[in-house]
Write a protein that binds this ligand. Structure first.
Ligand SMILES: NC(=O)c1ccc[n+]([C@@H]2O[C@H](COP(=O)([O-])OP(=O)(O)OC[C@H]3O[C@@H](n4cnc5c(N)ncnc54)[C@H](O)[C@@H]3O)[C@@H](O)[C@H]2O)c1
Length: 263
């Protein structure tokens, strides 16, 4: 019997669960894992977006099994139910892509307590709730990989992003802490720190004038914004056995932005 393109991949048969799966980086990562033969659990707050993403994935990768669960990562009860549903269906989670997140761009003197809580609830607490559920499932099945989408703004700072930077720096520290704690369980935990990547999130900031695409490209040594596929490639590598000794790492995918101390 011929082996399908999907089944031959590095992630053949692995159960990959992704939050923020309906669009953007989550959607691109799922495509990349589908191309490598993974089975997919899509989690998002946007039920219609999930249905569209699932239909697209099934069209391109008919051999890949997918399920969708609508849940907010900011709600620990909904996260627990989402994991229950995924475990009831697949019986295991091999890779968690903890990717759901929002931006929070506002001058700090105007940031409301509600703005602060929203960013921390989704961008940091949501990551922990999903890590904890995945950690329990992976302990039971003998190990796994967790990749938390942080940001280069978890490593360096920018003005008018206090809550976002604090949350993403928290994600980097959380990833290191869990990596150290769960290494003995066979669970690797790493953070991915994208720079500016063209997704709906960044496009909406460019449209409202909060970001200047030409300035970003000029400031980036590689001379462009990233693509979702640039991040998906990093995720597939970090989740693969080629990265078997990599844990507690925060990997930048930013075209050199953070390294650049010149302009
Ligand atoms: N695009 C970039 O330049 C960039 C750079 C650095 C980090 N990031 C991070 O990457 C991740 C994905 O960003 P993106 O650009 O793809 O954004 P996006 O807005 O295109 O997609 C985010 C997805 O998360 C979902 N989501 C939002 N809140 C949720 C919640 N409470 N529960 C479940 N799902 C929820 C949205 O419905 C959406 O489908 C985020 O964590 C973001 O902070 C993005």
């Amino acid at each position: 019997m011929a082996i399908s393109r999907e089944a031959a991949g590095r992630h053949a048969g692995r159960v990959v669960m992704c939050t923020g799966a309906a669009q953007g980086l989550g959607r691109a990562m799922l495509d990349a894992f589908a191309a490598e033969g993974a089975r997919l659990a899509l989690i998002d707050i946007d039920a219609d977006g999930l249905a569209t993403a699932q239909a697209q994935l099934q069209r391109v990768y008919p051999a890949v099994e997918t399920i969708c669960v609508t849940a907010s990562v900011a709600d620990d009860g909904q996260v627990a139910q989402a994991f229950e549903a995924v475990l009831a269906h697949f019986g295991r989670v091999d890779v968690l892509l903890n990717n759901a997140g929002i931006s929070m761009n506002r001058p700090s003197l105007e940031l409301t307590p509600a703005d602060w809580r929203r960013a921390i609830d989704i961008d940091l607490s949501g990551v922990f709730y999903c890590c904890q559920q995945a950690g329990r499932a992976m302990q039971a099945s003998g190990g796994g990989v967790i990749l938390n989408t942080a940001s280069m703004y978890g490593v360096v700072a920018a003005p008018e992003r206090a809550a976002y930077c604090a949350a993403k720096a928290g994600v980097v520290a959380l990833s290191k802490s869990l990596a150290v704690e769960w290494a003995e369980l066979g669970i690797r935990v790493n953070a991915i720190c994208p720079g500016y990547i063209r997704t709906a999130l960044v496009d909406s900031l460019i449209e409202r004038g909060a970001l200047d695409a030409a300035r970003i490209s000029a400031r980036t040594p590689m001379g462009r914004l990233g693509t979702p596929q640039d991040v998906a490639g990093v995720a597939c590598f970090l989740a693969s056995d080629a990265a078997a000794f990599v844990t507690g790492h925060a990997m930048l995918a930013d075209g050199g932005w953070t390294a650049n101390g010149y302009m």
